[in-house]
Design a protein around this ligand. Structure first.
Ligand code: GTP
Ligand code: MN
Ligand code: MN
Ligand code: MN
Ligand code: MN
Length: 202
């Protein structure tokens, strides 16, 4: 296990910690960019109120709800539709690295739980519609859902450019690790995209 990582059970034993759950929702698709480039998959992230990219989800109180119930509640608030997430969709937990402006002694540690759930493309479209209209958090905590470009153009835009933006917490590595593990992007293409994204920020 990587440093800072812990199992779901170990995490739940940390009763004094705060907990947050986020999920990467994705689907297969036959859509083609410009009518000729298959995009293969749709991966959903969101633009948060603070201008950072992240996954839908939020703070959960394990004394009042299970992690998955809490995540499902957050998804209803942020997406406007119920997307039931279960223990089977659980990927990993880790301690959030402490924020430079908060003293670690006064605030209890935050444990981040990450989930991945594959759904139908039709469901993705419903979520996008609801998130932009009826979702309680629309325009407030969540400024909009975004799809992650999984392709790289000849001029190194697309995924490299997306990865050069700013992300909350470890959302960027949650994204990159998931793309690799689920074979949504080939290892070589991902490596090239990571390298170009670093150049863009240099
Ligand atoms: P409120 O309803 O305003 O409390 O927000 P929330 O419950 O929706 O919480 P939020 O989604 O902001 O998540 C809580 C904390 O988890 C954030 O302050 C970040 O530190 C962290 N966080 C948020 N999004 C992500 C994400 O996509 N990945 C990771 N690893 N951490 C995240
Ligand atoms: Mn929320
Ligand atoms: Mn949230
Ligand atoms: Mn919340
Ligand atoms: Mn809220």
């Amino acid at each position: 296990m990587a440093s800072g990582q812990l199992s779901r059970n170990e995490a739940l034993e940390c009763s004094r910690s705060r907990h947050a759950c986020h999920v990467m929702l994705y689907s297969d698709t036959a859509s083609q960019l410009f009518g000729r480039t298959p995009i293969r998959h749709i991966v959903l992230m969101q633009m948060r109120f603070d201008g950072l990219l992240g996954f839908p989800g939020g703070l959960v109180d394990p004394s009042e709800e299970t992690l998955e119930e809490g995540l499902t509640r957050e998804l209803l608030e942020e997406l406007g539709v119920a997307v039931p997430v279960s223990v089977e969709d659980y990927v990993e937990s880790c301690f959030a690295s402490s924020h430079p402006f908060t003293s670690s002694s006064s605030s209890s540690r935050l444990i981040l739980h990450f989930y991945v759930k594959k759904i139908e493309e039709e469901h993705i479209r419903e979520i996008e519609k609801a998130a932009a209209s009826t979702a309680a958090d629309h325009g407030l905590e969540v400024l909009g859902m975004v799809r992650v470009p999984l392709y790289s153009t000849k001029s190194h835009r697309g995924l490299p450019c997306f990865l050069s933006h700013s992300f909350i917490g470890n959302a960027r590595s949650q994204l990159v690790d998931s793309l690799l593990r689920l074979h949504l992007v080939s290892p070589g293409e991902l490596r090239r995209a990571l390298r170009s994204s670093q150049r863009m920020n240099a």
